[in-house]
Design a binder for this molecule. Structure first.
Ligand SMILES: NC(=O)c1ccc[n+]([C@@H]2O[C@H](COP(=O)([O-])OP(=O)(O)OC[C@H]3O[C@@H](n4cnc5c(N)ncnc54)[C@H](OP(=O)(O)O)[C@@H]3O)[C@@H](O)[C@H]2O)c1
Length: 342
């Protein structure tokens, strides 16, 4: 008999989450009812938004109840099916939760189009982090060839794709990341024209001025706080600022008050936020574009892979300590026939 290992929310975090916020249990995997499918989880995506789901009603989605399986999306293989359209061996994506063998209604599953990419691609360069970068740059940022683009958290899941989309579209790109290794990755692997190690700067604004001497047409902001302020001081006329995330503020005791809005006004600039979920109807468009760039070799991808369900809470904390490079995932089972690609 198969066992479903699960991680449940045990205590709401006050700071960076970790294993102490979760409890583990193991139940017999539930036999599917009509309309349901029994799955084996292959990958779980680890995302900063999960931190807000662990709090009570403070995020953009309802908080998770204490004792509930931790919410999270991922990729799984169908083991047995009583749902029309799904057969053993199919690969699907869904909100699986942090569990090894969920049983889920077929209507909540999306079968992976393997013509676009493998399961590893679907958690990586075709996954929601990549789709976020795509819509953030294009729809919110109005990306144009020759734009001078600045991206923060440039070595992370969203950032690594944002840097590359801008580079592929003929922009000059500067990435901001923490540490010399991440900066080497942003320049070397991702092809940014320059990288700024924000942790090594006395004055981030001066560092941006040196790296972007002509200023910034598009700032893709993943971190908020003082980094946003520094970028606002270097906007070119008509600049666009994309508010994708504000990870630096997740655990701030006091919300950071943005001080440099004058820079936006002087540039006749525009600043706009977005949530990728509101682009649901257009995910295919993004994935088709990303898949084509993946196949022609212009889009690279780094997956930061942790092994085993018990690593998921550790991984979540790593995002807030900057310990990941690339898209952070937890692998629970082997992807059939997979060899990892760069
Ligand atoms: N709008 C949307 O729909 C949407 C969707 C997905 C994600 N997001 C947002 O996009 C951002 C990136 O998400 P991701 O999943 O790709 O995560 P990620 O970039 O892979 O990981 C988070 C990174 O943030 C940086 N960071 C952590 N604490 C920081 C701090 N105090 N100051 C500055 N940088 C800090 C770290 O990189 P360094 O080592 O470089 O500091 C860390 O590696 C997050 O803000 C997330 O909330 C938004």
């Amino acid at each position: 008999m198969l066992t479903n290992h699960r991680l449940l929310l045990a205590a709401r975090p006050s700071g960076i989450p970790g294993p102490e916020n979760f409890s583990a249990d193991a139940l017999p995997a539930r036999t599917p009812e009509p309309g349901e499918v029994l799955l084996e989880t292959i990958y779980l995506s680890i995302d900063p938004a999960m931190r807000s789901w662990m709090s009570e009603g403070t995020g953009y989605q309802q908080g998770i109840a204490i004792g509930e399986v931790m919410r999270g999306g991922g990729i799984a293989r169908v083991l047995s099916s009583r749902a029309e359209g799904f057969a053993p061996g199919d690969l699907v994506q869904a909100r699986l939760g942090w569990q090894t063998h969920p049983t889920i209604a077929g209507r909540y599953l999306q079968k992976l189009a393997l013509t676009l990419g493998s399961a590893e691609d679907w958690i990586g360069p075709l996954g929601l982090s990549a789709v976020t970068a795509y819509f953030g740059l294009r729809d919110i940022g109005g990306l144009r060839p020759n734009d001078r683009v600045l991206v923060s958290a440039a070595a992370g899941g969203v950032g690594q794709i944002a840097v590359q989309i801008a580079r592929i579209e003929g922009c000059s790109v500067v990435g901001i990341a923490g540490g010399s290794e991440k900066c080497a990755y942003v320049k070397g692997e991702l092809g940014a024209h320059a990288a700024i190690d924000y942790k090594a700067q006395q004055d981030l604004s001066e560092a941006i001025a040196r790296a972007c001497p002509e200023g910034i047409d598009l700032y893709f902001d993943n971190v908020g706080g003082p980094t946003l302020d520094a970028a606002l001081g270097h906007l070119r006329p008509g600049a666009r600022v994309v508010l994708c995330g504000r990870i630096s503020q997740t655990h701030a005791a006091q919300p950071y008050g943005v001080r440099n809005l004058g820079g936006l006004a002087r540039a006749h600039g525009r600043m706009q936020g977005f949530l990728v979920f509101n682009y649901h109807a257009r995910y295919d468009e993004a994935r088709t574009w990303l898949s084509a760039r993946r196949r022609d070799g212009s889009l690279r991808q780094k997956l930061h892979v942790l092994e085993g369900l018990a690593q998921a809470p550790i991984g979540l904390g790593m995002l807030f300590r900057g310990e990941n490079t690339g898209k952070l995932v937890v692998q629970l089972a082997e992807e059939p026939g997979a060899t990892r690609k760069a």
